[in-house]
Each structure stands twice: as structure tokens, then as C-alpha cells.
Ligand binder design. Structure first.
Ligand SMILES: C[S@@+](CC[C@H](N)C(=O)[O-])C[C@H]1O[C@@H](n2cnc3c(N)ncnc32)[C@H](O)[C@@H]1O
Length: 376
């Protein structure tokens, strides 16, 4: 197998990249991966990510001056990714948030120990009001405010000015309620009043002041195959990362953000259409094959497909074999050009590092394929 080295990505000023970090997302890949793929495909005109997560590929395309479409079945992912395609001023975000809060309290305040310990009651009231108002809005400013809210909803309690609205919590995923309550009670960590508007203003100013010009595109909330089957655009670069084999808990791990988007005030266990719900390796490979086949139908001949993939350590399987089998099984004209380990960035920033809970680092690979002109 040949190893293809992608061209190095151009460097961007730090403030231009900030919007990409609006909200962390479990298993996001680093911006460098899609930037390198864009650099290696200089004639690309339209980019696709059928498992777009937080929209890293979409943001890289925006930086490269290209429109991009993203698909994800997780509402949290779609809400974050949408913000990667819009440009609004921090002032517009503040005006909308202030207006919503000035209009008065709305929405149902969830009850129970978790909610009493997670947010101070006035902060929770503001959160609930913003949640209720944003549920019916889809203007660019609302899209941005929603993603800002997802980013500040929970995270560590810092000593200086607060960056998050919650009591002490991880940023990347939300702790389960019983565990979180025990944690706070044991440390007598009462939630403190954190005015939502102050945190929104700081975050929006930081993220949006140097955001690049949007280049168009769209985020679709839904299953990749079903969505691809109804799209009409043609793509010539696809950069994506399917859920790693064994990873099914995207919605449960993001349960607090899911609640903010209108979900229930409890952990929504279940697989929620996740492709990794497949019970066996064979059926997972088959499901991936269907995505690569549907992707091929939406791509121009010679399109480039770059995939980052891995498996959870607990899955004890070879990601390279699985991914290559899925491309073969697709019978769609994808010809593998190269396979290489994804270990370029420092270990702690690798996508696999976020699986820390699950054990030691795992192998991640990058596969690049080209679409030969099959009649389909
Ligand atoms: C590894 S993550 C992608 C992360 C992304 N590259 C980023 O930087 O944020 C895989 C994504 O696939 C999504 N997904 C799983 N099953 C799906 C399906 N059937 N259709 C569309 N998206 C799906 C998950 O919700 C998850 O967001």
C-alpha cells in the first residue's frame, strides 16, 4: 500500500480559527486534517462531510474559500456545525440574548437534585428562557447564539471570571446526574450565580471578532444515507470521520446539550440512529459501505475521499481492515490511494485521546480514495 503525504496546511492567525472552537464535541478531529486534505485537492469546488460532527470539515472549507455540506444525525452536532457556516457580529448575538431575557421568563424549569446542584436558580431560569426562545428560531444570529450557549453550558469552574454556566463539570461531555450530584455534594460545591449575558458577551466577542467570510453550504440533521439520497449537489472532496467502531453514546454523553436543544431533562439512553448501533462488525462494515456508495453517487469522477477512522480499544479489532472492507463492499468505484497512521499531531490532541475513558491510545488511520468513473 502506498502512503500519501498530504501537503502541509497553511497557517492561520489564531483569532481566525476561534469560531471553530465554539463548542467541543466528543471525537472531533483537529482542523489540520481537513485543511491538509483541502491543500491536497487544489481543484476542489465543493466539500462534503457525511458525518460532520461539530463541523470541522465545514470550517476548514470556509477557510479555504469553498462551500461545504455536512450531515449528522445528532442534533447537538448539527447545531454546532451550523454555526461554522454563518457570520454575525458579537453585538447581534448580544442584542438577541438581551432581548430574549428582557421579554421575561419562559419555559419549564426542570426539577430535581441534579438541576439544583448544577446551576444556581437564577442562572437556570435564564437558561430555560433562552432554551424556550431559541427553539423556534433559525436566523443566523439565533444559530450562533444557540451554538454559543452549547459551548458555555457546562465546563470547569475557574477562579477568575467564569467561562461556563454550570457547577464544576467536564467541557467535552456531560457527567451523568447521579455521579455529578455525588461529586458536588461530597465537596460541598454549591452552584454560584453566573449571569448568562456576561458569559455570552465574553464568548461571542472572543469567537466572532475575526471570523472569516462564509462561503455557503448547509448542515443537514439526519441519517447520512437518507440525506445523501435526496441531495442534488455534486462534490469533489469528501473529508470525514465515521463513528469509531464501538462508539454509540454520542447523544447520552451530550445529554445536557441535548436538553438545551429541546430534549428531555434526563439522559436519553439509546442509539438514536447512530451508525455504530450495528450489533456486529459485519453489519457495521455494511452500513459504512452504504454511506460510501451514497457518497459516490453525489460525487464527480476523480473526487477525493479522505477518511479518519479508528476503533475503541474495547472493540479489539483492526480499523484499517474494517474501513478497507467497507470501501470494497460499497462497490462504488472508490479506489484506495493510500493508508497512513493519523499520528501526526501530538498524542493528547488526537481524536483517540478523547476516548481516554475507554483505555489506552488506539490506532487511528487516514485512508484516501479516489472515485473512478463507474457507471452508477
Ligand atoms: C467521529 S464523529 C465526527 C466528528 C467530526 N469529524 C468533528 O470534527 O466533529 C462521527 C459523527 O457521526 C455521526 N453519526 C453517527 N451515525 C450517523 C448516521 N447514521 N448519519 C449521520 N451521522 C451519523 C455522529 O453523531 C457523530 O457526530
Amino acid at each position: 500500500m502506498t502512503v500519501t503525504a498530504a501537503a502541509p496546511s497553511p497557517s492561520w492567525p489564531e483569532d481566525v480559527l476561534r469560531l471553530n472552537a465554539i463548542c467541543p464535541y466528543y471525537t472531533m478531529f483537529p482542523l489540520d486534517f481537513p485543511l491538509q486534505q483541502l491543500a491536497a485537492a487544489p481543484s476542489a469546488t465543493r466539500v462534503l462531510d457525511p458525518f460532520c460532527g461539530r463541523g470541522t470539515t465545514l470550517y476548514a472549507a470556509r477557510l479555504a474559500g469553498l462551500p461545504a455540506s455536512g450531515i449528522d444525525i445528532n442534533p447537538v452536532a448539527a447545531a454546532i456545525a451550523q454555526a461554522k457556516l454563518v457570520r454575525v457580529t458579537p453585538q447581534a448575538v448580544m442584542r438577541l440574548a438581551s432581548r430574549i431575557l428582557a421579554d421575561g421568563a419562559a419555559g419549564e424549569v426542570p426539577e430535581g437534585e441534579f438541576w439544583e446542584w448544577c446551576f444556581q436558580q437564577d442562572t437556570l431560569r435564564e437558561l430555560v428562557t433562552l432554551r424556550a426562545a431559541l427553539a423556534g428560531m433559525d436566523t443566523p444570529t439565533a444559530v450562533m447564539l444557540r451554538a454559543v450557549m452549547l459551548g458555555i453550558l457546562h465546563g470547569p469552574r475557574n477562579k477568575g471570571v467564569p467561562s461556563y454556566l454550570s457547577n464544576q463539570m467536564p467541557r467535552t461531555y456531560a457527567s451523568k446526574p447521579a455521579y455529578a450530584v455525588r461529586f458536588w455534594q461530597k465537596r460541598e460545591m454549591e452552584p454560584v450565580r453566573i449571569p448568562a449575558l456576561e458569559v455570552i458577551e465574553r464568548r461571542a466577542t472572543r469567537l466572532l471578532s475575526a471570523a472569516p467570510i462564509p462561503q455557503g453550504g448547509k448542515v443537514y440533521l439526519g441519517d447520512s444515507v437518507e440525506t445523501l439520497n435526496r441531495l442534488t449537489q455534486r462534490f469533489d472532496l469528501v473529508v470525514t470521520s465515521p463513528p469509531y467502531y464501538g462508539m454509540r453514546t454520542y447523544v447520552a454523553d451530550q445529554w445536557l446539550r441535548s436538553w438545551f436543544l429541546g430534549g428531555p431533562p434526563v439522559v436519553p439512553y439509546g442509539t438514536h440512529g447512530q451508525i455504530a448501533r450495528q450489533p456486529s462488525q459485519e453489519s457495521f462494515i455494511q452500513a459504512l459501505a452504504e454511506v460510501w456508495a451514497a457518497t459516490a453517487r453525489r460525487c464527480r469522477p476523480k473526487a477525493r475521499l479522505a477518511i479518519r477512522f479508528g476503533t475503541l480499544p474495547s472493540a479489539r479489532t483492526d480499523p484499517e481492515k474494517m474501513l478497507l472492507a467497507s470501501l470494497k463492499e460499497a462497490k462504488a468505484g472508490w479506489v484506495v490511494q493510500g493508508v497512513q497512521p493519523a499520528g501526526t499531531p501530538p498524542k493528547r490532541t488526537r481524536q483517540a485521546a478523547q476516548f481516554g475513558k475507554a483505555g489506552s491510545a488506539i490506532d487511528e488511520i487516514d485512508v484516501v480514495a479516489e472515485l473512478i468513473g463507474l457507471t452508477r
